[in-house]
Design a protein around this ligand. Structure first.
Ligand code: FAD
Length: 320
């Protein structure tokens, strides 16, 4: 089923479901850990599951003479394979993420063809971030600088237009495309207005719904939705929540994702005597956020798990 149809069904029925994202296993890890993380949440009835796509990383190695060599490797390969394995095992819709970073448009086309063969027609189209040793995001020479171009490629494929030629009698892939939005503005954007204008371009290119970056203050999400609507973005906007689970995240999350942690949450977490108490604070905060979003009529609430699903399970049991 297309994700937009699941969202629309919930909107029509006035109901709300949860979704969550998982990371592909580390190279060599196998599937048992990811399946056991999903086992915790699958019985609670998620609407669908997202699978992230990690771009390659770099490592500097030294040869016998001590000369540095830049080695590129992939920590978490296998987004397509693990997405198909999850769909088969849990009989649930899976949304693999597709990123521009590190990929040519030809590789992206191959990946989309694989997904089509597997019967998987939902994707989240993203640009991805720059490599750690690069200044900003450097597109692949045969790839894309921004997610709107990736959306354009998928839309073209949906109408039988491949990169090098049009395939007249092809069956149409009909991918449903989600895109990312930022209630606290994307870190590279000069201001909220231009970031929302860029988001509108992604939606106009064919993005059928938006999933937001994590936020800890619902008023920022509601304000973002209001501004998107004023800018003419009409598609559903799905809020993303990440339960705080360690005090280290109080510093890491704002730095990495360019978001703010409310003072009240930070104070409560810093007062905790041990890690279990921090997790509990995170669960209570995310429960409060999700309950308010559900009351506000949101059709889906998306959870970032970063591999931890027990806390999300407790929040889901509290709210849904
Ligand atoms: P874009 O839409 O290209 O936007 C990036 C920046 O460029 C923004 O500042 C925007 O305002 C600006 N911009 C957009 N279009 C244009 C244009 N045409 N011209 C000039 N400027 C423009 N990363 C991963 O690596 N793997 C994942 O699996 C992953 N999953 C994610 C899931 C969600 C829900 C979210 C919110 C983010 C995810 N990310 C993931 C992170 C994401 O890749 C980064 O935030 C990235 O920096 C931006 O991606 P984007 O798709 O929003 O890019």
């Amino acid at each position: 089923m297309r994700i937009i149809d699941i969202i629309d069904q919930n909107i029509s029925a006035g109901s709300c479901q949860f979704t969550f994202e998982v990371l592909p296993p580390l190279k060599g890890e196998g599937t048992s850990r990811i399946f056991s993380a999903i086992d915790t949440l699958a019985p609670l009835g998620p609407a669908y599951i997202n699978v992230t796509n990690q771009r390659e990383a770099v490592k500097t190695e030294f040869d016998a003479e001590g000369n540095p060599r830049r080695r590129v490797y992939r920590h978490r390969p296998g987004t397509v394979g693990i997405s198909a394995a999850i769909a088969k095992r849990y009989k649930i819709e899976v949304v693999p993420h597709i990123i521009c970073g590190g990929h040519s448009r030809y590789q992206i086309e191959d990946l989309l063809i694989d997904l089509d063969f597997l019967g998987m027609h939902n994707v989240l189209a993203l640009r991805g971030d720059g490599m750690k040793d690069e200044r900003g995001f450097i597109p692949h020479p045969e790839g894309y600088a921004h997610a709107d171009e990736l959306v354009g490629q998928i839309v073209a494929m949906n109408s039988g237009r491949f990169i090098d030629n049009e395939v007249e009698d092809c069956h149409r892939s009909k991918f449903c495309i989600g895109v990312a939005g930022y209630p606290e503005k994307h870190k590279e954007s000069p201001d909220m207005e231009s970031d929302i204008a860029r988001l509108k371009a992604k939606v106009d290119a064919g993005g059928e719904y938006v999933v937001t970056q994590m936020f800890y203050d619902n008023s920022k999400f509601f304000d973002f939705v209001r501004r998107c609507r004023e800018a003419g973005i009409k598609v559903p906007i799905i809020p993303g929540i990440k339960p705080l689970s360690t005090t280290a995240q109080l510093d890491v999350l704002p730095k990495v994702f360019s978001i703010e942690i409310p003072e009240e949450l930070e104070r409560a977490a810093r007062k905790c005597k041990d890690s279990d108490a921090v997790k509990q604070v995170g669960i209570e905060w995310a429960t409060m956020q999700a309950a308010e979003l559900k009351r506000a009529g949101l059709p889906i609430i998306h959870f970032y798990t970063m591999g931890r699903t027990e806390n999300v399970a407790r929040i889901v049991k509290n709210v849904f």
